[in-house]
Design a protein around this ligand. Structure first.
Ligand code: F3S
Length: 642
């Protein structure tokens, strides 16, 4: 009794350890997903493990990030991933099929199972009661090769929803409201579980919008129970056999609880440049809009886009607005073509683009200089859209559509009657975009084009580390800041030497030169270092440039684990004020590192330039320490034969 949803799934899949808070356990992984931006590295790592078959029930390799093909690089990477999928028995999703999370929700997600994905928005499948965790690519490679995943048993935060949604308020407003309340750090260390009568107000795709943006709260993942609404979704997707009930016990133990009355929520927006910079739209002074973009793994479901089509039907997009729409999946695009909604969007003046991530990562549709861009996406970090001077506001699909017509950021509740969306009894399934693995895969080999370069592998940890502080950053540095990802750089995600020229490019433009001249060194960070995308390159590129440790006030979860997996030690200051004493180019030495890690004692930092000492702390498991001592997870995983 007193089990939460999280504890029930962890116990069902438990391989080693006890499900007790803070304990490290290993669990069976039922499914994995990769997208192409992180996937090339995952499959290079899988290839280096010398396995024959994957150990998961099902793994899918999606191509959704870098679908523009202006040179051979992306196309070669797609071919590499396709060949690796064929060799190891992985389902391959061709470019044009849609966004990994939307597709996984529609086609594969299963209540009560465990999904590990090399993308930070993997928690989207929490909308149908699946424990779906975003992780570093190497964890996903190991999950496929060995069938397990290690994690520290998380704390559980219960969000009880009550009341009813106001007209024109939708799931996006709910999660923006929660982000305002809890901030981008509010979910760190927790799985967020939703409960209460209010969840009956939310469809599976609404729930998925909320669990998707749990990533912006910093949560390990977010999850809803699996109930009649989940069953209805799976039946309409033709997957009734995948349904299982999952409810928390009435007396479930939660480490923290909050209550939210849905009727308190009004249409919201996250203002530039953080998803928790949230305000009610009615409180924002007149804001002229240049671009509106609807789509992404957060808000591109059939219902989302049908609402947009209904709002735009018979109307005209404002002459000063560029309205861009990318559907979440080929199924949704196909269904909207069949029912006429696509025609309504086009005749209103919308630009329809491929079912892919696209503008979410600046892969096309960068707005003009100083533009105001309203997006239904999950992130609005500076420069992510491809235009550094643009201001991105995160909004619901309803707000986006109404504002595209008005030309101003507009509270949709002023628009008139809400569109009524009828969900089809059966969703169409365009299965021809998937390539399923052959029974007999004998003799299949991976194909590596010239853009694919070997990835860096660390050496075993030395007892003392010394070098210069190469860079000191502020708070909330994102993985986009560490390793920018834009249309120009994305084709090089399997070419670390080329990417290294742009490392920390949003902060300084000579980090690679500093690192090379000083033969590597250290990075100093503020709070929440490495928030945002799960991009493993934000650890692999610093590793290639010789970064030995990052010393910060605090770390974002996935990035911290990516650093450990690369053999770069994530230290935190024992005394946070010591952050202010360290400066760029100070010569520092960390002494007796291995001994201190083994004995769980503070690590001594000697600042040779200023002749002062301070203490650092490593927060991690015994296994993390073993990984660091071996010089990263790949070296560690190769040495264990289970
Ligand atoms: Fe793709 Fe953006 Fe989601 S890059 S996976 S749509 S956060």
């Amino acid at each position: 009794m007193n089990k939460s949803l999280t504890y029930k799934i962890l116990e069902k899949n438990l391989l080693k350890g006890r499900v007790v808070e803070e304990n490290e356990i290993s669990i069976k992984v039922n499914q994995t997903l990769t997208q192409d931006s992180t996937g090339t590295m995952v499959y290079l790592q899988l290839e280096s493990m010398g396995i024959k078959d994957i150990k998961t029930d099902l793994s899918v390799a999606y191509i959704d990030h870098n679908t523009l093909q202006t040179g051979f690089e992306n196309a070669d990477d797609h071919e590499f991933i396709k060949s690796a999928a064929a060799k190891y028995g992985i389902i391959f999703s061709k470019p044009g099929n849609g966004i990994c999370h939307q597709l996984h929700l529609e086609r594969f997600g299963k209540p009560t199972d465990v999904l590990i994905g090399s993308d930070s928005h993997t928690p989207t499948c929490g909308g149908l009661g699946m424990l779906s965790i975003g992780s570093g690519g190497l964890d996903v490679a190991v999950a496929m090769a060995k069938g397990y995943y290690f994690l520290k048993v998380p704390k559980v935060l219960n969000v009880e929803l009550k009341g009813k949604l106001n007209p024109w308020v939708s799931a996006k407003d709910v999660i923006l409201f929660i982000l305002k309340k809890l901030s981008v750090k509010g979910g760190v260390g927790y799985v967020i579980e939703y409960s209460g009568e209010g969840i009956k107000e939310l469809s599976v795709t609404d729930r998925a919008t909320i669990t998707n943006m749990g990533a912006e709260l910093g949560a390990t993942t977010s999850i809803f129970p699996s109930d009649e609404i989940t069953k209805d979704f799976l039946v309409r997707q033709g997957r009734e056999k995948d349904f299982k009930y999952l409810t928390a016990d009435d007396d479930a133990h939660y480490d923290k609880k909050i209550k939210i009355d849905l009727s308190d929520i009004k249409p919201m927006t996250a203002m530039p440049h953080s998803p928790d910079n949230v305000f009610q739209i009615k409180d924002i002074k007149e804001l002229k809009v240049d671009q509106v973009v609807i789509g992404s793994c957060t808000n591109s479901s059939y219902t989302d886009l049908m609402k947009v089509a209904k709002i735009l039907k018979g109307k005209k997009v404002h002459p000063d607005v560029s309205l861009v729409i990318s559907p979440g999946s080929s199924n949704i695009l196909g269904m909207m073509a069949d029912n006429g909604a696509l025609g309504d969007l086009i005749s209103a003046g919308a630009r329809i683009i491929e079912a892919a991530c696209g503008p979410c990562i600046g892969m096309g549709q960068a707005p003009k200089t100083d533009a105001v861009s309203l997006r239904t996406f999950n992130r609005n970090f500076k420069g992510r859209c491809g235009t550094k001077s643009a201001d991105v506001y995160l909004v619901s699909p309803e707000t986006a559509a109404v504002s595209a017509i008005a030309g101003y950021l507009t509270d949709p509740s002023t628009f008139g009657e809400m569109p009524d969306i009828k969900i089809p009894q059966k969703y169409d399934v365009y299965d021809n975009y998937f390539i399923y693995p052959l029974e007999n895969r004998e003799g299949l080999e991976v194909k590596m084009g010239p853009n694919i370069k070997p990835f860096p592998v660390n050496k075993a940890l030395k007892p003392n580390l010394n070098g210069k502080v190469l860079l000191k950053t502020g708070d909330n540095i994102t993985t986009d800041d560490i390793m920018p990802s834009n249309a120009k750089l994305l084709p090089y995600r399997s070419n670390i030497p080329e990417l290294s020229k742009y490392c920390f490019g949003t902060i300084v433009d000579d980090f690679d030169i500093r690192a090379k001249e000083n033969k590597g060194g250290f990075v100093i960070g503020g709070e929440n270092y490495g928030q945002g995308s799960s991009r493993e390159h934000a650890a692999l590129v610093p590793l290639y440039l010789g970064v030995k440790a990052v010393i910060a006030k605090s770390f974002a979860r996935i990035h911290k684990s990516n650093l450990i997996n690369s053999g770069i030690i994530p230290f935190i200051f024992k005394n946070k004020d010591d952050y202010y004493i360290l400066d760029e180019f100070d010569e520092i030495e960390l002494v007796d590192v291995i001994e201190s890690l083994d004995s769980s004692t503070e690590i001594k930092l000697i600042n040779r330039t200023k002749n002062i000492t301070m203490e650092l702390i490593f927060q991690g498991s015994k296994r993390d320490i073993e990984i660091l001592k071996k010089g990263g997870y790949l070296n560690f995983a190769k040495k264990i034969n289970d």
